[in-house]
Design a protein around this ligand. Sequence first.
Ligand code: AMP
Ligand code: MG
Length: 417
Amino acid sequence: MRSGIDVAEARMLVLEAAHPLAPETVSAGQGQGRVLAESIQSERTLPPADCSAMDGYAVRRADLAGASAARPLALPVVFEVPAGGRSARALEPGEAARIFTGAPIPDGADSVVRQEDTELEGERVRMRIEPRLREHIRDAGEDVRVGDEILAAGDALGPAQLGMLASLGRTLVRVHRRPRVAVLSGGDELVEADGDPSGGRIVASNAYSLAAQCVEAGAIPSNLGIARDTPEDLERMLGAGLDADVLVSSAGVSVGDHDHVRPVLEKLGCRLVFWGVNMKPGYPIAFGRFEDRRGPLVFGLPGNPVSAMVTFDQFVRPVLLRMAGRSRIFRPTVRAILEEGLEKKPGRLHFVRVALERDGHRIRARTTGNQSSGVLRSMTLAQGLLIFPTEASSIAAGSEVDVQLLDPDWLARETAP
Ligand code: AMP
Ligand code: MG
């Protein structure tokens, strides 16, 4: 087991153990947020035929040479092509056909005149413009052609992809299974959120933050509950999480006398890969795995609420995203101007919780106040994690810093642009 390693090495060790989960077939309508495990080739041409982009009249352009508002030209309306219909015959010279958006262009026609540029007079329609060739005609296959690769394995399914799958007639798709995460809280002092927190007891809030972080990463959390600080209780409750893909326990992996998680995990057959990462918050994080993937990846996160969330964010989140089939598994980073000076001892990478503000083309960052790992407010107020590098000891006010974006929505506006 490694100890006291740097964040980059810890990240490498956890990701080495993480693989995209096996595919499963789901109904495309339920596929939002899932990641394709197959590429999607089209068996259709879309649109299937040349069709009208407007309500109006299909014409032969040559019949309207020189037409203008001052000198409109009239043509007889000889038939109608409804949306979803098809024309019974071709358009002959000197004729117009009533046509609706999406309806196939009749043979013989080469342009569409918008209804707004016409005037109906009994059986005839007066055209006030000379259309361009193929004006207001959508070409067959302009969207999709038979055999095109429309979506690639690894693409995430969002609204556009789901609409496209429906257009292609794909109602079932192969996607990576979502990772299942068992979440355990450990500690004699812990009570449930609706429990009595008097007498120094503490609400096991990590179960809530960690479960929500799982959901945000596309995983399915299940709460194993609170284990007491006894080897027996821990063994029983950790054992209940062994069929998950990932087991996350918070608290109980420091070196305190009552921390039984490490020996219990080893007894269950989990080999610890590392314990202790040179970071703040969150030094006492442990990672373990079972031989031959016979059990879940196991993360023993620190108990302090901020440490639990930050270590989850840095190590568990990318693992879950990779398991779910995603390739972009790391937070986006931005450069920001730090508004205040920061100091620390060299030796650990600090993830400083910062609030961000847009200032023209720049981003300004200021800390969210008290950075103690027990101060969960520092997370509720944060839009980003400022990277205070391992060996650095100070950052001057006004410097440019790297910030990982925690809140993808932080640029959203309260007022319309
Ligand atoms: P530990 O890692 O057990 O030393 O716990 C560090 C701090 O985190 C202590 O104040 C614990 O009470 C607190 N803590 C432990 N587990 C949780 C939890 N599940 N939710 C919220 N706080 C916790
Ligand atoms: Mg504890």
